[in-house]
Design a protein around this ligand. Sequence first.
Ligand code: NAP
Length: 283
Amino acid sequence: MVAEVIYGKQLAENLREEMKQEITTLHEKGVHPKLVVVIIGEDPASKSYVKGKQRASEKVGMDSDLIELPEDTSEQDLLDLISRLNQDDTVHGILVQLPVPDHISDQKIIEAIDPSKDVDGFHPENVGRMLTGQDTFFPCTPYGIMVMLERAAIDVEGKHAVIVGRSNLVGKPVGQLLLNKNATVTHCHSRTKDLKSHTKQADILIVAAGRPGLVTGEHVKEGAVVIDVGVNRVDGKLTGDVDFESAQEVASHITPVPKGVGPMTITMLLHNTIKAAKRIHRV
Ligand code: NAP
């Protein structure tokens, strides 16, 4: 078997085309969805992520602001900025690029963002809503994975989903979203014994560990769906957590790195910002 490759990049482009049209319609109604991205410090990876987010929002016709703050910005100054953005009626989505410098508490920052503008879906109120199966802003990468599965016509109900990773950013929320859609969910992590014995049972295997090549074809059950979330730079090249060649021989579907999950993350951020604007303006 050679797996069908699910290209998130193509799907993301299609979805962004749909969003462009939706934003034009919202403009006609006097609603201008706006995303504000805040970055603190000079981390090159973070800078490249926020530039990507801003470029993508501009491309779909969304208003966007990038606020770049110096590394030594105090926690209080950042909290004051968030408070102003919370009160600004022209702002619908607020994203503070994580990680923030060590002298700032990321949890305090996450909790300071108005849940109705929390387009990253990290505020405990939104996490709680997701946990209890309510509609809310879902974290962008997990949400992107769910949309990829749906658009590839992969029904998750009753399937055994095994997730390698349990971070608040990816592993836990994707497990929760799968559970909400009636999958049976197993999480593996760094203390899991005999990883392969778990991954081999997966109908849907989601790998979000940040360990290049952790999962190979030997870890995959014949016909499984493999979603590689990992983004690693090895010898200057982007690579996932899954050894694509060997896994492709066994899986029924597989996502590549790059051009897989990555482009869906930004797309869902745009989706959440449009959703926030529609909710705030009740359109
Ligand atoms: P993270 O916070 O470092 O979490 C990694 C998780 O993997 C942890 O739960 C860890 O277990 C587990 N893990 C690490 N080594 C393992 C091993 N050998 N066996 C089993 N589990 C292991 O990372 P993250 O933020 O979730 O991100 C994961 C990967 O996805 C990274 O490569 C990141 O760059 C990528 N990512 C991609 C996107 C995208 O848009 N494509 C978005 C976000 C993240 P413990 O909990 O026990 O430590």
